[in-house]
Design a protein around this ligand. Structure first.
Ligand code: PTJ
Length: 249
């Protein structure tokens, strides 16, 4: 990895770019993952590269939903593994939830590489290799999934999802928690709970909330979940975003 001076004002952002770029060279991130990262980065810059209060509440709600689930699954792709593999494993252990590799640009080689990477970071079991089921009404290999994982899940956490698959998962009557820095994306608009935050901050914060809420009663968790109104929260985020833009010059 190139040496980036620690005192560089954009150190974290540049380090993250290096990680994504290296993961692409290693065959984990698809080349278009770099473009997706750039879009996310632009939104993150406007948000001030911090978790805004609405996102924190979304992360708390996501923790409550995951803790209340019967078969929760964390769906990971190339970018997520490049940036947050250890955090995903740690969250999965805490809930507990399954981890499944589900790729937009699916090749056996990439699936194997991503599973190996997760295992080298400590994951015991990773789903996604068997691909013995299909998400209905999704053409293309991105609909492939494991029956024991995504297909039979009731709650699914999807960081950096594509809009079509998000909608197809909702059509399967799953509760979809999305992480997407773009509040205007179809995924953000369609998900049951949209976390508009960087995956690198969102996953550890969901875990933080899961640890806090672990001993709460079912009714208390339900209350947190029922008070979430996704459409309203997206509206709040758009207002926050436009205020930020107006105050930036
Ligand atoms: O690994 P694969 O084959 O599954 O491919 C993954 C990508 C990301 C290439 C694929 O899913 C894709 O093309 O995604 P999109 O449609 O570009 O959507 C990615 C969304 O994630 C965009 O709305 C970005 O704003 C957002 N995003 C990018 N980086 C981050 C992010 N959101 C949160 N945290 C990030 N670090």
């Amino acid at each position: 990895m190139d040496k980036i001076p620690k005192n560089h004002p954009r150190y974290l952002s540049l380090r993250t770019r290096e990680k994504i770029s290296q993961a692409m060279k290693d065959g984990i991130v698809h080349e278009t993952g770099l473009i997706a990262h750039g879009r996310g980065e632009a939104f993150d810059y406007i948000f001030g590269e911090k978790t805004i209060p609405v996102a924190n509440l979304a992360e708390k709600t996501a923790a409550a939903v995951l803790l209340s689930a019967e078969n929760p699954v964390i769906s990971v792709n190339g970018n997520v593994v490049a940036l947050s593999s250890k955090d995903c494993i740690s969250l999965a252990d805490c809930i507990p939830a399954k981890i499944e590799v589900n790729l937009f640009h699916r090749t056996k080689e990439r699936v194997d590489k991503i599973i190996d990477e997760l295992k080298s970071c400590g994951a015991k079991k990773v789903y996604g290799e068997v691909a013995d089921a299909k998400i209905p009404c999704l053409n293309h290999d991105r609909g492939l999934c494991d029956y024991e994982g995504i297909f039979s899940s009731d709650v699914i956490l999807v960081p950096l999802e594509d809009g079509d698959r998000c909608q197809a998962l909702i059509d399967m009557k799953k509760t979809v928690i999305a992480i997407d820095l773009n509040p205007l994306s179809r995924t953000a608009k369609n998900a049951d709970i949209t976390i508009v935050d960087n995956v690198t901050r969102a996953i550890p914060n969901i875990k933080h909330w899961a640890n806090k809420l672990k001993d709460e009663s079912e009714d208390d968790l339900k209350e947190i979940i029922m008070s979430w109104d996704n459409e309203k929260k997206i509206e709040e985020i758009l207002i926050y975003l436009s205020k930020r833009l107006n105050s930036m010059y």
